[in-house]
Design a protein around this ligand. Structure first.
Ligand code: URA
Length: 233
């Protein structure tokens, strides 16, 4: 089995994260540096960053967190900044599904289930994510139309978005924006493209999963129904 699939099945991380570790030369199989294409089996000894990995399959766990400001959406940080994984007390090796910017707050899901990770972030998964956005400037009707049909960014046109303007005044506006893609800084770039730079950004929903009463920094386990729902998407 390919090393990314094997390690993902043990809950080490997503296949993509494992490919990155392999590309960086941080994985050894039987003492030899592995590549993303290396095949492994249960008999092999695998080390990541010099540490031998345990082969027992972990129980799958699923959390939702209301990510505060100034927290990274990664597992670790070379510069010692706080990550979303640091905020959750659990012994399993969890990782976030998708990313929120350092200065974005809101709903993020963490799990050790690599299969769910792949389904949710797959480009063909059509899950809408809902953001509550505060911006500088007034949102004009023509800008709303642009967001709804697709705006041109450096990496191409965005897919149609759902837009609900909550408040629009000369100095500041507020809106709800639902998008299906997850490009880097997508909402911020979409709002810049209509000359309304983001002041604050919060993810309120992923599909029908919503933060509910979770305050910033709080988290809870997903219910069985919520897990089933994510798998059904
Ligand atoms: N879009 C952004 O610009 N930032 C986020 O954190 C999420 C979506």
């Amino acid at each position: 089995m390919r090393i990314n699939k094997y390690l993902a099945s043990l809950g080490i991380g997503s296949r993509r994260a494992i490919d990155k570790l392999a590309d960086e030369g941080r994985i050894r199989v039987n003492g030899v540096i592995a590549t993303a294409g290396t095949k492994v089996s249960n008999e092999d000894t695998i080390e990541i960053n010099g540490k031998k990995i345990k082969k027992e399959v972990e129980k799958k766990v699923y959390y939702m967190l209301n990510k505060p400001l100034e927290v990274l959406s990664s597992v670790t940080d070379d510069r010692g900044r706080k990550t979303v994984v640091d905020l959750i007390k659990c012994k399993e090796r969890i990782f976030p599904i998708g990313r929120l910017d350092y200065n974005t707050t809101g709903l993020i899901i963490l799990t050790n289930d690599g299969e769910l990770f792949n389904r949710v972030i797959h480009p063909r998964s059509e899950i809408y994510k809902q953001y509550y956005v505060k911006v500088l400037g007034e949102i004009k009707e023509e800008s709303v139309e642009k967001l709804k049909t697709g705006v041109k960014l450096e990496d191409g046109y965005t897919l149609p978005a759902l837009v609900k303007v909550i408040k629009s005044e000369k100095g500041k506006s507020e809106l709800e924006l639902c998008i299906r893609e997850g490009r880097n800084r997508q909402v911020r770039r979409m709002m810049e493209s209509i000359n309304c730079p983001v002041i604050s950004l919060k993810r309120e929903k992923i599909g029908k999963l919503s933060l509910g009463k979770l305050k910033l920094g709080e988290y809870r386990k997903l219910t069985d129904e919520e897990i089933k729902y994510l798998y059904s998407l």
